[in-house]
Structure formats: C-alpha cells, structure tokens
Design a protein around this ligand. Structure first.
Ligand SMILES: Cc1ncc(COP(=O)(O)O)c(C=O)c1O
Length: 386
C-alpha cells in the first residue's frame, strides 16, 4: 500500500467498531478478563496484549501500525514526547562508560541529554562530528562506541549525512544507528531503507500537523521495539495518552497532502526571497547532493540570513502579520523566529560574537496558508529593514 492508503485503511477494523469509519478512543487505563486462563494468555503475549494502558492500548496500536508502515519498519512505539522517544531509544543502546558519535548540529535538547545528562550521570562520552564525511566518523570511532546518532537534515542548519554509507560502516563495526527524521517526515525520507536501525520522530511536528499535540515515536525492527517496549517504555513509563494518539491518527490522515503543500509553498517563498536585496543567504537542503540521493522531497522549515543586526532581526519578525512568532513547526501556521533572542540568553556576548552566528539569522516555517499572501507579508516586512 502507498502512504495515503496506509493512512486511510491500515489497521482499521470497522466491522468490530459497529461500522464506525473513525475508530473510537479507548479511554481506559485497565483491561479486564473473563477468566484466569484469559489473563494468563494475555501475559504470555505481553508485548502485544491489552492489559494496562501504560503498555498497550488499541487507540495507540492503530497509530503505531500506520506509522511503522509509513516508515517501512516492522514495528513502532509511541511516547509522550519526541524527547521521551529519543531518550528511550538512546538509553536502549548504551551503558555506563560507553561512547556515542553524534552530529554537531543535532537538536539542542538531544545534545544536552547526551553530553550533560548521560555524560555526568553515567560517564558516557560523546564525540561530535559534522557528519558529512565518513572518514571523520571512522576516526571518531572508539572500541567502546555503541551508537551513531544522526539528524538528516538537521533542524537547525539542515546538515545532511549519507545514510547508507554510515549505516554500512556502523553495521561492519557492530554499532547501532539512530536518526531523527522529523524534518523530512516519512513522506520524504525513509532511513530504514538505507540500513539505519532506528528512526525517531517528534510527532508534535508534521505527524500530528495541527499544533495541538506533543508526542514522539520510535520505528525499528520488531526485536528492537520489543526491547524498548519491555525496558525503557515500561520502566520510564513515558507513554502517550489514548486521546493524543487519536488526535495524531486524525492529523495523519492529511499528511501526504499537507507535505505536498508545504513543499510547493516553500519553493514559491524561497524563489521570492532569492530576489530580495535584504536576504543575504538561504539555508535549505534541496541543493545538497547527499539530500538529493536519499530524499524524495523537502519540507517547510528553513532559515534566511538578513542583511541586518540583532535589532533588525527582531523588528523583522515583529512586522510580520501572518507569521506567528514561535519555536516549533510542523503545524498549519507559518512561523518566524530570530535565534539571536534565545542564543543571547544562553551565551555571553563575546562567545556569541566568536560563534560566527549571524545576528540576522531568521528561522521560517511555511504553513498551509496561501503562498502569495505569505510572500506579500514577507515583502512588506523586508522592505522596511534599514
Ligand atoms: C528535530 C527535533 N527533534 C526532536 C524534538 C523534540 O520533540 P518534542 O518537542 O516532541 O519532545 C524537536 C522539537 O522541537 C525537534 O525539532
């Protein structure tokens, strides 16, 4: 089945649900049994049985079956947030004093989790690499390297890693690989096809698509998901609520057409931005040869560098009328953000100047509004920059 058909029909048992076209929400913590034999039977199929909603719940299973199929994986587990899915999958592959190779432009909290939390509590070491050169990854490898963590394209600077090359190398060394595939969504990239072991998503972004859910998921082989289910999912307990799972299944129904629209509108907006004299450069991975090898399309998140200072960047986002100011993305609404705002709180003035981050850097996310309206809004804000 192709993605749109998977989303519409896979896992739906309408006969069992009195013909209801939309599956109901199983809003219960507990499942009860007719006999001792029945509960005994359930415990012998613990990974898939419905016993208690911290483990499995039919509303969540329906979503997991669809997302596993969309990512070309054998199984999927949903979590309460993207970070919950990310931390559970990293925990599953490392022990105290192990070593992780991670790309240096990885999502900030993932980086902090690895180097600050795991580093301080469990003496786990990390080497950050750019990720676009296998030789750099080879020389970073140590005898205790257990995991290579990727994000391609990364959500900050849209850096890309060659998934097949890295997966083949990691397999030859017995090292596991995880990729955060949130930027691309399963519509535009399926990393498991290239030999990557685990895909994680922040489902708070495109999968749910309506800016009304925080959730995450892990997709991998049955063996890996069963291990994560029995250990990190059970013990740390970051389960998704049935209602959130139902909302994501609802949002997922339009994922293919939403992604098509994000991509088309983004192309139009970028074509306009390229013509404006106040836009110095555009960061978007569509011309990256690595991305072209492994992706089928590109999403709505990108960055521009404006020919202005930090105050000019703030003024620019203040002048936009159709772009909301905010940090997330993947919903219906267009967004603008000037990273200088949070960076100037996290770094000293000297460190920020030394970092080379341009004060006119703006992150834009193109939502589902009309592209011509968005272009007009951007034009009027750009025209006002001194
Ligand atoms: C690329 C990426 N990965 C993971 C996350 C974390 O997801 P969540 O906010 O659902 O925990 C985010 C959130 O912004 C993200 O942008």
């Amino acid at each position: 089945m192709k993605p749109s058909t998977i989303i519409a029909h896979l896992g739906e048992d309408r006969k069992k649900n009195h013909g209801a076209v939309v599956a109901p929400i199983y809003q219960n913590s507990l499942f009860t049994f007719e006999s001792a034999d029945a509960i005994d039977d359930a415990f012998s199929k613990f990974e898939t049985a419905y016993i208690y909603t911290r483990g499995n719940n039919p509303t969540v299973t329906l979503l997991e079956e669809k997302v596993a199929a969309l990512e070309h994986g054998e199984a999927c587990k949903f979590f309460a947030s993207g970070m919950s899915a990310i931390s559970a999958s990293i925990f599953s592959f490392v022990e105290a004093c192990d070593h992780i190779i991670c790309i240096d432009s990885v999502y900030g909290p993932t980086s902090n989790f690895i180097s600050e939390y795991l580093g301080k509590k469990f003496k786990i070491q990390v080497t950050y690499v750019k990720g676009d050169d296998l030789e750099e990854i080879k020389s970073a490898t140590q005898s205790n390297t257990k995991l290579i963590y990727l994000e391609s394209p990364s959500s900050g600077i849209y850096a890309c890693q060659d998934l097949k090359l890295i997966a083949d190398y990691a397999k030859s060394k017995g090292i596991h690989t995880i990729i955060d595939n949130t930027w691309a969504s399963p519509m535009f990239q399926n990393p498991l096809d290239f030999g990557i072991d685990v895909v994680v998503h922040s489902a708070s972004k495109y999968l749910s698509g309506h800016s009304d859910v925080v959730a995450g998921c892990v997709v991998a082989s049955k063996a890996i998901i069963t291990k994560i289910f029995k250990e990190e999912h059970q013990f740390i307990g970051g389960k998704i609520a049935p209602f959130e799972a139902w909302l994501i299944t609802r949002g997922l129904r339009t994922l293919p057409i939403r992604m098509e629209r994000h991509e088309k509108s983004t192309e139009k907006v970028i074509a306009f931005l390229k013509t404006h004299k106040k836009v110095k450069s555009i960061l978007y991975p569509n011309n990256n040869p690595i991305a072209q090898k492994q992706m089928r399309g590109y999403g709505g998140l990108f960055s521009i560098v404006l020919d202005t200072d930090g105050q000019g960047a703030r003024d620019f986002i203040d002048r936009l009328n159709l772009f909301c100011i905010g940090v997330s993305w993947g919903g219906f609404e267009s967004l603008a953000y000037a990273p200088i705002i949070s960076l100037s709180k996290e770094m000293s003035k000297e460190k920020l100047e030394a970092s080379g981050i341009h004060p006119g850097l703006i992150r834009l996310y193109i939502g589902l509004e009309d592209a011509e309206d968005l272009i007009a809004d951007l034009k009027s804000a750009l025209d006002m920059i001194n």
